[in-house]
Design a protein around this ligand. Structure first.
Ligand code: C2O
Ligand code: CU
Length: 438
């Protein structure tokens, strides 16, 4: 299962860490045309078949958007309205969540909390204007273990008005599949490795320069050890200077798990001489998005303890009185919201509209948790009390076992917003809560 990015010169790549190994080469950007009223898309959710492991193997039964895995790339422009009609032909309820896009609550796609779910045979029109340029993605927020696990997800790119100059713009959407010998999805969702893989990508002979995290531009930097660390739902925009030898092959290795390193793909150069003798020298910093900066002097602080798991570290005390606990394995501050969100469950915190907040996400468990907040992008302030070395915006932050991450944001978007681990298995079994902004 390898995907070759046959690149002579690729300057900017995008990675979406969702959980297979799929590479989509993005077409060149259309030249800037005049602004249009609303871009229209239709997405049809349905069961289908997709070739995941090549022609020598049978096709895989999947659930998908528009018949493909991943779903179609949706491209919008920053500050311009977009309308997406979702047709549900799945045979069960669904919704679509536009992960990372700051939009009104009614468009957030959480069934029972932000909208009624879309019944099979029905349609729902999502309309919003993305304030931020960047790499986002979309996926269902109903029956998530099945729907996301069986392939429903796609990339959503919001173009900045003035993109940086690169020779090629490539999108990688990385998904982890557990398949049988017949190339069918192995049963047993909830297996701790499915939809949970964390990747640490090393580029032999190359240095990835990160320019945005979760769609939010950051100070361009080479990550620690030159490795791109990606948990489920996380995205990184990076620039890769292709300075390898003509005809050269360079492996991209994922060595996150000790002793389980494998190569994901190879960067393959053709035999022609390089496009140019010297690398381009364009400004690589992307313009910041209009994200309000939290006021740290007046911010109210809260600690959120991530609890549970079967491997120890689980402080499950205080959960005795909870209803609907049958599948609760995980909790946040002793409270477990399960499934795709329970209506009528009290919010874990009520935040005041317009106020700044600092949340300490303290991981009491022995597992990694990519924690996602809906409706906002937050600033990652520190890890274990140590400031992060550069300005970093995010919507999904990876919290290692026994560590604490401080995040800050302005509660500027009214509504009931989900905060949950993006390991679907953890989400549906309790590591989820609602933050109410009123
Ligand atoms: Cu990708 Cu609740 O989100
Ligand atoms: Cu988790």
């Amino acid at each position: 299962m390898s995907a070759i990015v046959g690149a002579t010169t690729s300057r900017r790549s995008f990675l979406v860490g969702a959980a297979g190994l799929l590479a989509t080469v993005r077409l060149p950007r259309a030249s800037a045309d005049s602004p249009k009223p609303a871009r229209q898309f239709t997405l049809t959710a349905a069961k289908g078949r997709a070739s995941l492991v090549g022609k020598a193997h049978p096709e895989t039964d999947v659930w998908c958007y528009d018949g493909g895995v991943p779903g179609p790339l949706i491209r919008a422009r920053q500050g311009e309205p977009i309308r997406i009609v979702v047709e549900n032909s799945l045979g069960e309820d669904t919704t679509v969540h536009w992960h990372g896009i700051r939009l009104p609550i009614a468009m957030d796609g959480v069934p029972g909390i932000s909208q009624p779910s879309i019944a099979s045979g029905q349609r729902f029109t999502y309309e919003f204007t993305a304030p931020d340029a960047g790499t986002f993605w979309y996926h269902p927020h109903a029956d998530s273990l099945q729907q996301l696990g069986r392939g429903m997800a796609g990339a959503f790119i919001v173009d900045e008005p003035q993109p940086i100059a690169v020779d090629r713009d490539v999108l990688w959407m990385l998904t982890d599949w557990r398949l049988t010998a017949e190339a069918q999805i192995a049963s047993g969702f909830g297996n701790s490795m499915a939809l949970a893989r964390i990747m640490a990508l090393r580029f032999e002979g190359h240095r990835p320069l990160i320019i945005a995290i979760d769609g939010q531009p950051c100070d361009p930097h080479v990550p620690d050890g030159g490795r791109l660390l990606l948990g489920p739902a996380m995205r990184v925009d990076f620039v890769l200077d292709m300075l390898g030898e003509p005809g050269g092959r360079y492996r991209v290795v994922d060595d996150f798990y000790d002793g389980l390193a494998y190569w994901l793909t190879k960067l393959a150069y053709d035999d022609k001489p390089p496009l140019r003798a010297h690398s381009l020298d364009p400004p690589l910093a992307l313009p910041r998005n209009p994200l309000p900066e939290p006021d740290l002097t007046t911010a109210q602080r809260h600690e959120l303890r991530l609890q549970g798991g079967m491997m120890g570290g689980g402080a499950m005390a205080g959960m005795g009185g909870m209803s609907n606990m049958s599948h609760a394995i995980w909790a946040i501050n002793g409270s477990s919201m399960t499934g795709d969100g329970q209506t009528g469950m009290a919010p874990l915190l009520t935040l005041q509209l317009g106020r700044s907040y600092v949340l300490t996400l303290r991981n009491d468990t022995a597992w990694w948790h990519p924690m996602h907040l809906h409706g906002h992008s937050f600033r990652v302030l520190s890890r274990n009390g140590q400031s992060v070395p550069f300005w970093q915006g995010s919507d999904t932050v990876l919290v290692p076992p026994k560590e604490a991450v401080d995040i800050a944001f302005v509660a500027d978007n009214p509504g009931d917003w989900m905060l949950h681990c993006h390991v679907t298995d953890h989400q549906v079994s309790g590591m989820m809560a609602v933050l109410r902004i009123a």
